[in-house]
Design a protein around this ligand. Structure first.
Ligand SMILES: [Zn+2]
Length: 319
Protein backbone atom coordinates (compact mmCIF):
# COMPACT_ATOMS: atom_id res chain seq x y z
CA UNK A 1 0.00 0.00 0.00
CA UNK A 2 1.28 3.45 -0.82
CA UNK A 3 1.85 6.03 1.88
CA UNK A 4 -1.24 7.94 0.81
CA UNK A 5 -3.10 4.61 0.95
CA UNK A 6 -1.93 4.23 4.51
CA UNK A 7 -2.98 7.77 5.43
CA UNK A 8 -6.43 7.05 4.02
CA UNK A 9 -6.67 3.80 5.95
CA UNK A 10 -5.69 5.59 9.16
CA UNK A 11 -8.40 8.18 8.58
CA UNK A 12 -10.97 5.41 8.15
CA UNK A 13 -9.79 3.69 11.33
CA UNK A 14 -10.14 6.93 13.29
CA UNK A 15 -13.60 7.60 11.83
CA UNK A 16 -14.61 4.05 12.78
CA UNK A 17 -13.34 4.70 16.31
CA UNK A 18 -15.46 7.88 16.67
CA UNK A 19 -18.60 6.05 15.52
CA UNK A 20 -17.87 3.10 17.80
CA UNK A 21 -17.43 5.29 20.91
CA UNK A 22 -20.57 7.30 20.10
CA UNK A 23 -22.62 4.11 19.82
CA UNK A 24 -21.09 2.78 23.02
CA UNK A 25 -21.94 5.93 24.97
CA UNK A 26 -25.45 5.94 23.63
CA UNK A 27 -25.94 2.42 24.88
CA UNK A 28 -24.20 2.97 28.24
CA UNK A 29 -24.70 6.62 29.32
CA UNK A 30 -22.75 6.12 32.55
CA UNK A 31 -19.63 5.36 30.52
CA UNK A 32 -20.04 8.63 28.68
CA UNK A 33 -20.46 10.46 31.97
CA UNK A 34 -17.29 8.88 33.33
CA UNK A 35 -15.36 9.89 30.19
CA UNK A 36 -16.65 13.45 30.47
CA UNK A 37 -15.82 13.78 34.17
CA UNK A 38 -12.41 12.29 33.63
CA UNK A 39 -11.65 14.76 30.86
CA UNK A 40 -12.90 17.68 33.01
CA UNK A 41 -10.54 16.65 35.79
CA UNK A 42 -7.62 16.39 33.37
CA UNK A 43 -8.40 19.90 32.18
CA UNK A 44 -8.64 21.17 35.74
CA UNK A 45 -5.24 19.67 36.56
CA UNK A 46 -3.77 21.47 33.57
CA UNK A 47 -5.43 24.76 34.58
CA UNK A 48 -4.22 24.43 38.16
CA UNK A 49 -0.70 24.14 36.82
CA UNK A 50 -1.20 27.63 35.38
CA UNK A 51 -2.82 28.89 38.58
CA UNK A 52 -6.29 29.04 37.03
CA UNK A 53 -8.12 26.14 38.67
CA UNK A 54 -11.83 26.71 39.26
CA UNK A 55 -13.25 23.48 40.75
CA UNK A 56 -11.93 24.18 44.22
CA UNK A 57 -10.41 20.73 44.50
CA UNK A 58 -6.84 19.93 45.42
CA UNK A 59 -4.45 18.20 43.06
CA UNK A 60 -4.58 15.04 45.19
CA UNK A 61 -8.36 15.05 45.23
CA UNK A 62 -8.45 15.31 41.46
CA UNK A 63 -6.05 12.41 40.99
CA UNK A 64 -8.00 10.34 43.51
CA UNK A 65 -11.22 11.21 41.68
CA UNK A 66 -9.78 10.10 38.37
CA UNK A 67 -8.62 6.87 39.91
CA UNK A 68 -12.10 6.16 41.23
CA UNK A 69 -13.64 6.92 37.84
CA UNK A 70 -11.14 4.64 36.14
CA UNK A 71 -11.98 1.80 38.54
CA UNK A 72 -15.69 2.23 37.94
CA UNK A 73 -15.16 2.29 34.19
CA UNK A 74 -13.13 -0.93 34.30
CA UNK A 75 -15.78 -2.65 36.40
CA UNK A 76 -18.56 -1.56 34.04
CA UNK A 77 -16.63 -2.67 30.97
CA UNK A 78 -16.13 -6.07 32.52
CA UNK A 79 -19.82 -6.24 33.42
CA UNK A 80 -20.79 -5.32 29.84
CA UNK A 81 -18.29 -7.78 28.37
CA UNK A 82 -16.42 -5.07 26.50
CA UNK A 83 -12.86 -5.68 25.29
CA UNK A 84 -10.06 -3.86 27.11
CA UNK A 85 -9.09 -1.96 23.97
CA UNK A 86 -12.64 -0.68 23.43
CA UNK A 87 -11.49 2.92 23.80
CA UNK A 88 -8.52 2.57 21.47
CA UNK A 89 -8.37 2.99 17.72
CA UNK A 90 -8.21 -0.54 16.35
CA UNK A 91 -5.01 -0.35 14.30
CA UNK A 92 -3.92 -3.31 12.21
CA UNK A 93 -0.45 -2.75 13.60
CA UNK A 94 -0.21 -1.40 17.15
CA UNK A 95 3.54 -0.87 16.86
CA UNK A 96 3.35 1.88 14.24
CA UNK A 97 -0.37 2.71 14.44
CA UNK A 98 -0.53 1.85 10.74
CA UNK A 99 1.82 4.66 9.73
CA UNK A 100 4.43 2.11 8.59
CA UNK A 101 7.15 3.88 10.55
CA UNK A 102 8.47 3.74 14.09
CA UNK A 103 10.20 6.97 14.96
CA UNK A 104 11.78 8.93 12.16
CA UNK A 105 12.51 7.00 9.01
CA UNK A 106 12.61 3.56 10.63
CA UNK A 107 10.32 1.21 8.76
CA UNK A 108 7.97 -0.95 10.83
CA UNK A 109 8.00 -4.72 10.32
CA UNK A 110 4.47 -4.51 8.87
CA UNK A 111 5.68 -2.16 6.12
CA UNK A 112 8.71 -4.32 5.38
CA UNK A 113 6.47 -7.37 5.12
CA UNK A 114 4.12 -5.49 2.86
CA UNK A 115 6.99 -4.44 0.64
CA UNK A 116 8.16 -8.04 0.29
CA UNK A 117 4.64 -9.03 -0.76
CA UNK A 118 4.52 -6.22 -3.31
CA UNK A 119 7.91 -7.12 -4.70
CA UNK A 120 6.88 -10.76 -4.88
CA UNK A 121 3.68 -9.82 -6.68
CA UNK A 122 5.55 -7.66 -9.19
CA UNK A 123 8.29 -10.23 -9.68
CA UNK A 124 6.44 -12.45 -12.14
CA UNK A 125 7.19 -15.62 -10.18
CA UNK A 126 4.47 -18.29 -10.47
CA UNK A 127 2.87 -19.81 -7.34
CA UNK A 128 5.07 -22.90 -7.48
CA UNK A 129 8.19 -20.82 -8.00
CA UNK A 130 7.50 -18.77 -4.88
CA UNK A 131 8.15 -21.96 -2.87
CA UNK A 132 11.44 -22.76 -4.60
CA UNK A 133 14.39 -21.83 -2.39
CA UNK A 134 18.06 -22.76 -2.00
CA UNK A 135 17.01 -25.01 0.90
CA UNK A 136 14.63 -27.01 -1.26
CA UNK A 137 17.17 -27.35 -4.08
CA UNK A 138 18.01 -31.03 -3.51
CA UNK A 139 21.31 -32.51 -4.62
CA UNK A 140 19.78 -35.99 -4.31
CA UNK A 141 18.57 -35.91 -7.89
CA UNK A 142 21.99 -35.36 -9.39
CA UNK A 143 24.61 -37.99 -10.07
CA UNK A 144 27.46 -35.49 -10.24
CA UNK A 145 26.83 -34.05 -6.78
CA UNK A 146 30.08 -32.08 -6.60
CA UNK A 147 29.20 -30.11 -9.72
CA UNK A 148 25.78 -29.19 -8.33
CA UNK A 149 27.05 -28.39 -4.89
CA UNK A 150 29.35 -25.88 -6.58
CA UNK A 151 26.56 -24.52 -8.78
CA UNK A 152 24.38 -24.08 -5.70
CA UNK A 153 27.17 -22.32 -3.82
CA UNK A 154 27.91 -20.00 -6.73
CA UNK A 155 24.22 -19.11 -6.94
CA UNK A 156 24.07 -18.36 -3.23
CA UNK A 157 27.20 -16.20 -3.53
CA UNK A 158 25.63 -14.34 -6.42
CA UNK A 159 22.42 -13.74 -4.46
CA UNK A 160 24.39 -12.48 -1.47
CA UNK A 161 26.40 -10.08 -3.60
CA UNK A 162 23.19 -8.73 -5.07
CA UNK A 163 21.72 -8.25 -1.59
CA UNK A 164 24.82 -6.37 -0.50
CA UNK A 165 24.58 -4.29 -3.68
CA UNK A 166 28.06 -5.39 -4.68
CA UNK A 167 28.94 -5.63 -8.32
CA UNK A 168 28.20 -9.24 -9.25
CA UNK A 169 29.09 -11.19 -12.36
CA UNK A 170 25.90 -12.10 -14.21
CA UNK A 171 24.85 -15.74 -14.35
CA UNK A 172 24.41 -17.80 -17.48
CA UNK A 173 22.55 -20.94 -16.43
CA UNK A 174 22.49 -23.44 -19.27
CA UNK A 175 21.53 -27.05 -19.86
CA UNK A 176 18.69 -29.27 -21.04
CA UNK A 177 15.11 -28.74 -19.87
CA UNK A 178 13.69 -30.21 -16.68
CA UNK A 179 16.99 -30.30 -14.87
CA UNK A 180 16.45 -27.74 -12.14
CA UNK A 181 17.49 -24.49 -13.82
CA UNK A 182 14.16 -22.80 -13.09
CA UNK A 183 14.27 -23.90 -9.46
CA UNK A 184 17.70 -22.33 -9.07
CA UNK A 185 16.61 -19.06 -10.71
CA UNK A 186 13.49 -18.91 -8.50
CA UNK A 187 15.63 -19.55 -5.43
CA UNK A 188 17.86 -16.61 -6.33
CA UNK A 189 14.79 -14.43 -6.88
CA UNK A 190 13.17 -15.42 -3.58
CA UNK A 191 16.38 -14.88 -1.66
CA UNK A 192 17.04 -11.36 -2.92
CA UNK A 193 13.38 -10.30 -2.79
CA UNK A 194 13.40 -10.85 0.97
CA UNK A 195 16.39 -8.54 1.28
CA UNK A 196 14.62 -5.66 -0.43
CA UNK A 197 15.87 -6.16 -3.99
CA UNK A 198 13.38 -5.70 -6.80
CA UNK A 199 13.26 -8.60 -9.23
CA UNK A 200 11.54 -9.18 -12.53
CA UNK A 201 11.37 -12.77 -13.69
CA UNK A 202 10.12 -13.35 -17.22
CA UNK A 203 10.21 -15.88 -20.02
CA UNK A 204 12.21 -14.41 -22.87
CA UNK A 205 9.21 -14.87 -25.18
CA UNK A 206 7.17 -12.63 -22.91
CA UNK A 207 9.86 -9.96 -22.86
CA UNK A 208 10.01 -9.86 -26.62
CA UNK A 209 6.25 -9.78 -26.86
CA UNK A 210 6.29 -6.72 -24.60
CA UNK A 211 8.99 -5.02 -26.64
CA UNK A 212 7.15 -5.80 -29.88
CA UNK A 213 3.84 -4.48 -28.61
CA UNK A 214 5.55 -1.39 -27.40
CA UNK A 215 7.39 -0.70 -30.62
CA UNK A 216 4.40 -1.14 -32.87
CA UNK A 217 1.84 0.64 -30.72
CA UNK A 218 4.02 3.37 -29.37
CA UNK A 219 1.34 6.05 -29.27
CA UNK A 220 -1.42 3.95 -27.74
CA UNK A 221 0.23 2.92 -24.53
CA UNK A 222 -0.72 4.03 -21.08
CA UNK A 223 1.70 5.04 -18.41
CA UNK A 224 1.40 1.71 -16.56
CA UNK A 225 2.75 -0.16 -19.55
CA UNK A 226 5.65 2.23 -19.92
CA UNK A 227 6.54 1.56 -16.31
CA UNK A 228 6.32 -2.18 -16.82
CA UNK A 229 8.65 -1.95 -19.77
CA UNK A 230 10.98 0.44 -18.02
CA UNK A 231 11.35 -2.11 -15.24
CA UNK A 232 12.97 -4.54 -17.69
CA UNK A 233 15.73 -2.05 -18.24
CA UNK A 234 16.06 -0.66 -14.74
CA UNK A 235 14.95 -3.32 -12.25
CA UNK A 236 17.62 -4.30 -9.68
CA UNK A 237 17.76 -7.87 -10.95
CA UNK A 238 16.33 -9.23 -14.19
CA UNK A 239 15.91 -12.98 -14.61
CA UNK A 240 15.24 -14.18 -18.12
CA UNK A 241 13.98 -17.71 -18.39
CA UNK A 242 14.21 -19.82 -21.53
CA UNK A 243 16.31 -17.54 -23.69
CA UNK A 244 16.57 -19.00 -27.17
CA UNK A 245 13.08 -20.45 -27.43
CA UNK A 246 11.83 -17.49 -29.48
CA UNK A 247 12.44 -17.10 -33.21
CA UNK A 248 15.48 -14.90 -33.68
CA UNK A 249 14.34 -12.25 -36.12
CA UNK A 250 16.24 -9.02 -36.73
CA UNK A 251 13.86 -7.34 -34.37
CA UNK A 252 14.59 -9.86 -31.61
CA UNK A 253 18.37 -9.52 -32.07
CA UNK A 254 18.23 -5.76 -32.00
CA UNK A 255 15.97 -5.55 -28.96
CA UNK A 256 17.90 -8.08 -26.91
CA UNK A 257 21.14 -6.32 -27.69
CA UNK A 258 19.64 -3.02 -26.65
CA UNK A 259 18.31 -4.51 -23.41
CA UNK A 260 21.59 -6.12 -22.32
CA UNK A 261 23.63 -3.15 -23.44
CA UNK A 262 21.50 -0.80 -21.37
CA UNK A 263 21.77 -2.98 -18.31
CA UNK A 264 25.54 -3.17 -18.67
CA UNK A 265 25.72 0.61 -18.90
CA UNK A 266 23.73 0.95 -15.72
CA UNK A 267 25.68 -1.87 -14.06
CA UNK A 268 22.50 -3.83 -13.38
CA UNK A 269 22.83 -7.61 -13.08
CA UNK A 270 20.84 -10.37 -14.72
CA UNK A 271 20.44 -14.13 -14.75
CA UNK A 272 19.80 -15.95 -17.99
CA UNK A 273 18.48 -19.47 -18.08
CA UNK A 274 18.66 -21.21 -21.44
CA UNK A 275 18.85 -24.52 -23.27
CA UNK A 276 21.51 -22.99 -25.50
CA UNK A 277 25.16 -23.70 -24.82
CA UNK A 278 27.49 -20.68 -24.53
CA UNK A 279 28.87 -21.14 -28.06
CA UNK A 280 25.34 -21.21 -29.50
CA UNK A 281 24.39 -17.68 -28.45
CA UNK A 282 26.43 -16.12 -31.24
CA UNK A 283 24.96 -18.49 -33.82
CA UNK A 284 21.37 -18.03 -32.71
CA UNK A 285 21.56 -14.25 -32.35
CA UNK A 286 24.70 -12.41 -33.30
CA UNK A 287 28.26 -12.12 -32.12
CA UNK A 288 27.94 -8.71 -30.53
CA UNK A 289 25.08 -9.97 -28.33
CA UNK A 290 27.09 -13.07 -27.45
CA UNK A 291 30.05 -10.83 -26.55
CA UNK A 292 27.87 -8.72 -24.27
CA UNK A 293 26.40 -11.74 -22.49
CA UNK A 294 29.35 -14.08 -22.29
CA UNK A 295 31.79 -11.29 -21.52
CA UNK A 296 29.93 -10.39 -18.34
CA UNK A 297 28.69 -13.78 -17.12
CA UNK A 298 29.69 -16.72 -15.04
CA UNK A 299 28.56 -19.98 -16.65
CA UNK A 300 26.65 -22.52 -14.58
CA UNK A 301 26.31 -25.60 -16.73
CA UNK A 302 23.68 -28.22 -15.95
CA UNK A 303 24.14 -31.69 -17.44
CA UNK A 304 22.68 -35.15 -17.01
CA UNK A 305 19.21 -36.57 -16.95
CA UNK A 306 15.99 -34.61 -16.62
CA UNK A 307 14.95 -34.37 -12.97
CA UNK A 308 11.38 -33.95 -14.03
CA UNK A 309 11.53 -37.40 -15.64
CA UNK A 310 13.37 -38.92 -12.71
CA UNK A 311 10.77 -37.51 -10.32
CA UNK A 312 7.96 -38.89 -12.45
CA UNK A 313 9.61 -42.33 -12.49
CA UNK A 314 10.19 -42.35 -8.74
CA UNK A 315 6.57 -41.29 -8.11
CA UNK A 316 5.29 -44.12 -10.27
CA UNK A 317 7.52 -46.74 -8.67
CA UNK A 318 6.54 -45.66 -5.16
CA UNK A 319 2.85 -46.11 -5.91
ZN1 LIG B 1 3.53 -1.49 11.73
Amino acid sequence: MSLSGRALKRKKKIAEWVVRIEALHKKYPRLEEISRLFAQMSLEIALMGMGKGKMGMSHEELLKGQETLQAEKSALMKQYNLPNNMYNVWWDCEKCQDTGFIGIGEKCSCLLQEEIQTRLKCSGLGPEQKQQTFNTFSLDWYEDKERYRLILQQSINFAEEICERKKAENLFVCGPIGIGKTHLCSAIANYVLKAGVNVVYLKSGKILEMLREYKFNLDKFEKSFHNELKSLFRVDLLIIDDLGTEVATDFVREQLFYLFDERINYQLPWVISTNLMPNEIGKTYEDRLSDRIMGTSKILKFTGQSIRQLKAISMKSSK
